[in-house]
Each structure stands twice: as C-alpha cells, then as structure tokens.
Ligand binder design. Structure first.
Ligand code: HGY
Ligand code: MN
Ligand code: MN
Ligand code: MN
Length: 415
C-alpha cells in the first residue's frame, strides 16, 4: 500500500529532463536550434556516448546489440520480462531536439525519479534507443527496432548501403557500436513510447495528450529513370528522352493522386538527383524517392498501383527506362487497446485533455508492437513542425507526457 501511494504521488523532475534535452540538443547542433545526427555518423556516436554515460550514472545495466541498439535495464524485485520505453536519438539532416530524443530522455527521467524515491518495481524497467529510426541515410526507417524485434535479418540490415555509398556495417564498426547482445529473441512485457506528435492536431484542438491508436502504412520506393543526355538547344522536343522530365511528371502525378483520393492519402518526393545536373544538358538519369502513406492499407495499395501504372506509361511514351527499388513497406499498425485506453484514462486522472489519434510518422513502437503490447503517448508540437530545426514542444507538455509515462510504466511493471 505504502509503495503504491508513494508511486502514485511520484512526479518527474521537469527541469532535470529539460536540461538533458538541451544538453543532447547541443550534440550535432545546427543553425536555428536544430540538430543533425544522421544515423551512424560521428555526431550520432557522440549523442550515443552521452546517453550511455547518463544510463550508467543512473545505475542501468547497459547492453549493445548487433545493430547498435542500446538498452539500459533497471533491476526489478523479480527477474521477469521488463517494461520498456524508448525511441531514437538519430535525426534527419534538419532535425529538431525533440523527435525521438524526448522519448529516450523521458525514459531516463522515469528511472531517475524512481531512484530518488528508492522505489523498486516488480518487473525490471528498460530504456532503449534504437539504431537508425529515421531511415534518412540508410533505408528502411525503424531499422534497429525491426532487427531488435526479429522481422529484419541482422546481416541484411548490416549490408545496407546508404545514400553516401557506405554500409551500415562499416559505419557501426567505425563509431564503436557493433555490439554483442543478441537480436530477434528479446522478451519485453510491454513497450510505451513518448513522442512529439510532429503534426498540428493536438495544438490545433488545444489538447495536451495524444493516446496514439496506431501508425499509418508507409511505402517507400527509389525510382531510377534512364534516358539520353543531349544538347538543350539543338534537340527538338519530340526527339528527347528526358529522364528529369519523366521523374518530375511522376512526382506531380503522385501529388495529384493524393489530392484526388483525399481521406488521408499522402505523397512526398523528398529526394531527386539529376545527372549531369547542368543547365544546358537534357538529364540522362534521374533518381528519386517516393513516400506514400495512408492509415487504410487498401487505399495505400490503390495509390501505389496508380502511381506505378502511370510511371510505366509515361516512361514508355518518353522512351526512357524505368526501374525501381523498394525501400520500406509497412502495413498500418494498431496499438494494444488496453494501453491506448490506459493512456486515455491516466491523462484524465492527471487532469489533462486527451484524444485518440493515429500517428502520421513511423515509430519504433510499431515494430515493438509485433512482439509485445505496445502504445504511444503524444505531446503537442508547436505549429505542428517537425523534421525542421524549429521543432518545439512546451515544457508544461513535456512534463505532462513524462509524468504519464512514469505512471503507466510503474503500473505495467506491477503486472
Ligand atoms: O519517416 C518517418 O515517419 C519516421 O520519422 N522515420
Ligand atoms: Mn521519431
Ligand atoms: Mn523523425
Ligand atoms: Mn519516427
């Protein structure tokens, strides 16, 4: 009884959490208050070293697995499968201080608060950061958590070559995070991830907590168009095999399909590289990426089929060669209803407005959901900005999210 009351009154130390967020935000800091810690770069290594140092200071037993996932475990009263929280600390090139980082550091804050209160939960508690959640340098995204869960083979992930032509394996070794801990057969009792919403919904509705119901489907492809380079001034339009033009038509069509389908269909061409990329040369090669998403698996499949049918048709018309390489293909995921409902009821008990909502972004929780009951807590993103150096979440919302995480984890850890 005594312990239960103590846990119930327990609050996280918000200034301590905020100071860790700003300290980690200094690692790989870029102009505008953001961060660039692309997976497995030296900046990622420096961020990892800092978080591992904090894990050790908190008395966690730290392990590193074959893909570089780092898990810190706090012993429980009994030797059972742990309740885990965590996220990622790798960022996109123009990242913010909160995407991923908040979830990992709030996990450390939960540990620190329990340490201060000398409370030991029945189950062990674990805080993890997973390798390469972003997938921006090495596709697919959620790479580390999918290897941890077991559906992505370690060797296959290690062989992956990124956008700069180097492999996951060589980069992992170079930064000293090619670990020994096994992957694929880990036992986790439940997983809860705190994350910034990265969208405008909570702020727009004036709601503090998102009880995340699941993650939408994600379909990433790299397309390569091969045409004929020629003189921009002497080649009649009808005789061109313009790879750049075909790539741009496919990109524009993908946008039109999303607009036409509505109902949450999303399409993004984030990367496009033309060769020789010169003002007066018709490009003979275009390599570009297509990111299609939808909460509805059938609608997403329809969008993919429409865009590819058009792509092959326009390639035929323009007499160019089109090839493509899948980079990620994740079905929509539904989180565990008991966890979603408990996020909702705990938020209300703690005096916060709350709503259920799907996640537009991919998250490590969607991979853990394949191996244990999983769920997520969202807190608002100011102006809905993310993958942008101006990403920001108010301290009061960070406190609310971290306190909810503390309560939920300690409850799950008594199961
Ligand atoms: O792409 C995503 O949704 C995630 O940020 N990796
Ligand atoms: Mn993230
Ligand atoms: Mn992200
Ligand atoms: Mn994500």
């Amino acid at each position: 009884k005594h312990r239960f009351d103590a846990v119930n009154k327990l609050q996280i130390d918000q200034p301590r959490l905020l100071s860790r967020i700003s300290a980690l935000g200094e690692v790989g800091a870029i102009d505008g208050g953001g961060v660039c810690r692309l997976a497995l770069t030296d900046a990622d290594r420096d961020g990892r070293d800092l978080v591992v140092c904090w894990m050790k200071e908190l008395g966690l037993a730290v392990s590193v697995d074959g893909i570089g996932n780092v898990v810190g475990v706090r012993a429980g009263r009994e030797d059972l499968a742990p309740v885990m929280t965590g996220s990622h600390i790798d960022t996109v090139r123009t990242g913010g201080r909160y995407d991923g980082n908040l979830g990992v550091l709030a996990g450390l804050e939960v540990i620190a608060s329990l340490n201060d209160a000398h409370i030991v939960t029945k189950r062990p508690l674990a805080v993890a950061f997973f390798t390469n959640e972003e997938g921006a340098r090495f596709a697919p995204d959620m790479m580390g958590s999918q290897v941890y869960q077991g559906d992505l083979a370690l060797e296959h992930a290690l062989d992956t070559v990124g956008i700069d032509g180097t492999s996951v394996r060589e980069n992992l070794q170079r930064i000293g995070y090619a670990g020994e801990a096994p992957v694929g057969n880990n036992h986790v009792h439940a997983f809860v991830e705190l994350h910034v919403e990265q969208g405008p919904v909570l702020e727009h509705e004036g709601i503090t907590i998102g009880a995340v119901t699941g993650v939408q489907g994600i379909h990433w492809t790299e397309l390569t168009v091969e045409g004929v380079s020629n003189h921009a001034g002497t080649t009649p339009m009808a005789l061109r095999h313009d790879a750049g033009f075909v790539a741009m038509r496919i990109a524009a069509f993908a946008r039109e399909v999303a607009a036409e389908m509505g109902k949450g269909q999303l399409a993004t061409v984030g990367q496009i590289n033309l060769t020789p990329n010169l003002i007066n040369v018709i490009p003979n090669r275009a390599v570009f990426t297509l990111d299609l998403r939808n909460t509805d698996a059938d609608a997403l499949k329809k969008a993919v089929d429409k865009v590819f049918a058009f792509a092959f048709q326009v390639a035929e018309e323009e007499g160019v060669k089109l090839t493509h390489r899948p980079l990620a293909d994740f079905d929509p995921v539904a989180f565990d209803e008991r966890i979603v409902a408990r996020v909702e009821s705990l938020a209300k008990e703690q005096g916060h407005s709350v709503r259920r909502m799907p996640s537009g972004a991919g998250h490590d929780a969607q991979m853990l959901a394949r191996m244990c009951p999983a769920g997520m807590i969202f807190v608002p993103s100011v102006a809905g900005l993310s993958h942008n150096v101006k990403e920001f979440t108010h301290a009061v919302d960070i406190g609310a999210g971290a306190n909810l995480l503390l309560s939920l984890m300690t409850e799950l850890a008594e199961q």
